[in-house]
Design a protein. Structure first.
Length: 235
């Protein structure tokens, strides 16, 4: 299944935010728009975007501060501290601003005014560098997923999974012990284009857990982290 790259966009001006959201969506990106630093940090936590696009001046702080907080992390937060960040500079940005942004952890700096086509190319270039390739063989303890044959086994015993159960397992197995939020899983496994309430993931995770546990004599591989999402352990 092909999933849409997800972008969290923090843009203060409503017209610019709407324009960028519309253009990026048309070009195949899943866009989560925010008007402040606080909102984009909440999106980083809930939606697990593949990239954060943030302007340099926000009503509740600077883009540099957003980048710093993303990189350093905060108690109780589980966002990806390595998420790529592109900063949109203001009209007066100079060389010092660009260097400061890169030193604070930004992956790229795009000064205004800019052509949308150039911004899109820079986003895609940063994503190519940042998004990891998924190995053909994934392992977690006695659990093995062979992506070439779509075969799953636990302790050498084959496990038969339905399509979505398999895709869910592959996603969890890419980073065992990492907690994936429900929003991330709904977006990347089911392709949902909006964050909403659904029991779909819970029912699939429950069936996946039962099948893996039955093959391993009762060990829990799929763990529900209450109020956040799911993770895969090594049994």
């Amino acid at each position: 299944m092909t999933t849409l790259p997800a972008l969290a966009l923090a843009e203060n001006e409503a017209d610019a935010r709407e324009y960028l959201s519309r253009q990026l969506s048309s070009d195949g990106f899943e866009v989560y728009a925010a008007a402040s630093g606080r909102e984009v940090l909440e999106l980083a936590e809930r939606a697990g975007p593949d990239l954060v696009l943030v302007e340099s001046a926000l009503p509740d702080g600077s883009g540099l501060e957003v980048c710093r907080r993303l990189r350093e992390g905060e108690p109780g937060r589980s966002w990806n501290r390595e998420v790529p960040v592109i900063m949109l500079g203001d009209d007066c940005a100079d060389f010092v601003d660009r260097v400061r942004a890169l030193e604070r952890g930004c992956d790229d700096f795009v000064p205004r005014p800019f052509f949308y086509a150039e911004l899109r190319a820079r986003i895609r270039a940063v994503l190519r560098r940042a998004l990891p390739s998924v190995p053909e063989r994934l392992e977690a303890g006695n659990l093995v997923v062979d992506r070439r044959t779509r075969c799953v086994s636990v302790g050498g015993e084959p496990v038969s999974l339905a399509g979505r159960e398999y895709e869910l397992l592959v996603k969890l197995a890419t980073e065992p012990e990492r907690v994936f939020t429900k929003e991330e899983l709904l977006r990347d496994v089911w392709g949902f284009r909006s964050i909403g309430r659904t029991r779909t993931i819970d029912s699939h995770a429950s069936r996946l857990r039962r099948k893996l546990n039955a093959a391993d004599g009762g060990d829990d591989y799929v763990v529900n982290v209450w109020g956040v999402g799911y993770k895969l352990t090594d049994g």
